[in-house]
Ligand binder design. Structure first.
Ligand code: NAD
Ligand code: IPM
Ligand code: MN
Length: 359
């Protein structure tokens, strides 16, 4: 029996509601397989914790998390706590302290999921975004000069290191090899305007591309990529983007696959020096929290990505198949999908389908 130790940080708002469904699916998977088990440790960190203690996580939280095989996170953010405090105190801190330099975000339209583009279907929308995840525009370097004076000036510096950029690019090419779809990597840039950071980014892209002569490349500015997502999503295979651009285009990508209720992500430290973290792309959605309206599919898909990173087991594909069956059946869908099911009912329905597929 293999035991995996999972640190669970449900976080704020719908983070709590969807995390329960992710854990439910993990337990269903383990029960069917019989050869693995999950040992969960829950951490009550987040904005409510901050309002009580003044900290988003325990002071020794990073040390404590080092002992786990993976971290499962719901969402962070609360209207009464400034977002830059809550996110830099927990989510961004974990990404950076654990050098989770890859953010892997699949954009795939499942059969039965609503696509906002007419004439596009599941065969057209199937690509992955590799987002740089620890530096770039999110490096946290900068400051405010002359606060509250007429000369007040804000500086926010983007930092790109050769070592990290090379690793991110290299991973994008390896993913393209493994997917074997078009064997293509699209470099998302903005080097027409950002004459240091993105010119450097393009240079490293070309250097790494030279190691993969069998992989086709294209380089597009991020503004154009945003347009192409809508005009020709079928042309993409793997995209590599900086932290901020990757953030923005993956919400657009989420829309293509049916909304934020479908967008999963993995924050990876490929060398496994530290635990990796798995979380849906969406936030804490204060507008629908505590109503049982949150779509848990993004979290369930996220859990599947966690299993793929921790185990080698082709049966994890059944999780996506189970989601697809629930979508096609149309009975257990949350309001974002024009259904009236509660979050937990969707989780239950996915577990039922999973049992049917794997038992
Ligand atoms: P959001 O993702 O929370 O919500 C955007 C919209 O999508 C809302 O209308 C929401 O109801 C809907 N939505 C999101 N997830 C859904 C789901 N699973 N099912 C159904 N509908 C869903 O983004 P926001 O409103 O910009 O941010 C809210 C808070 O979350 C902020 O504090 C923000 O900083 C934070 N945030 C956190 C994360 C994270 O923890 N990973 C990610 C994004 C935003
Ligand atoms: C995401 C989120 C975060 C990000 C925020 C909440 C800091 O939008 O994971 O996509 O920008 O990385
Ligand atoms: Mn985002």
């Amino acid at each position: 029996m293999k035991t995996l130790k999972i640190a669970v940080i449900p976080g704020d708002g719908i983070g709590n509601e969807v995390t329960a469904e992710g854990v439910k699916v993990l337990d269903a998977f383990a029960a069917i397989k019989g050869n693995i088990q999950f040992e969960y440790t829950y951490f009550p960190w987040g904005c409510e914790y901050y309002l009580k203690t003044g900290n988003m996580m325990d002071v020794d939280g990073i040390e404590v998390l080092k002992g786990f095989d993976a971290i499962l996170l719901g969402a962070v953010g609360y209207p009464s706590v400034a977002d830059h405090i809550s996110l830099h105190g927990l989510l961004l801190k974990i990404r950076q302290e654990f050098n989770q330099y890859i953010n892997l975000r699949p954009i795939k339209l499942l059969p039965g999921a609503p696509c906002p583009l007419k004439d596009k279907g599941p065969e057209d929308i199937d690509f992955v975004v590799i987002r740089e995840n620890v530096e770039g525009e999110y490096s946290g370097v900068g400051g405010i000069r002359f606060p509250d004076r007429p000369e007040e000036t804000a500086i926010q510096t983007a930092v790109f290191t050769r070592k990290n950029t090379e690793k991110v690019m290299d991973y994008a090419f390896k993913v393209a090899q493994k997917r074997n779809k078009f064997n293509k990597v699209t470099n998302v840039t903005k080097s027409n305007a950002l004459n240091y950071s993105m010119v450097f980014w393009d240079k490293i892209f070309k250097e790494i591309a030279a190691n993969y002569p069998e992989i086709a490349t294209e380089t597009n500015h991020v503004d154009a990529v945003s347009m192409y997502f809508l005009q020709r999503p079928e042309s993409f295979d793997v995209l590599v983007a900086s932290n901020l651009f990757g953030d923005i285009i993956t919400d657009l990508g989420a829309a293509l696959q049916g909304g934020l209720g479908f967008a999963a992500s993995a924050n990876l430290n490929l060398e496994k020096e530290f635990p990796s973290m798995f979380e849906p792309v969406h936030g804490s959605a204060p507008d629908i929290k505590d109503k049982g309206m949150a779509n848990p599919i993004a979290m369930v898909w996220t859990v599947k990505m966690m299993l793929d990173f921790l185990l080698e087991d082709e049966d994890t594909e059944a999780i996506i198949e189970a989601i697809t069956q629930v979508l096609l059946e149309g009975k257990s869908l949350t309001p974002d999908l024009k259904g009236s099911a509660k979050t937990h009912e969707v989780g239950d329905a996915i577990c039922e389908k999973l049992k049917g597929l794997l038992s």
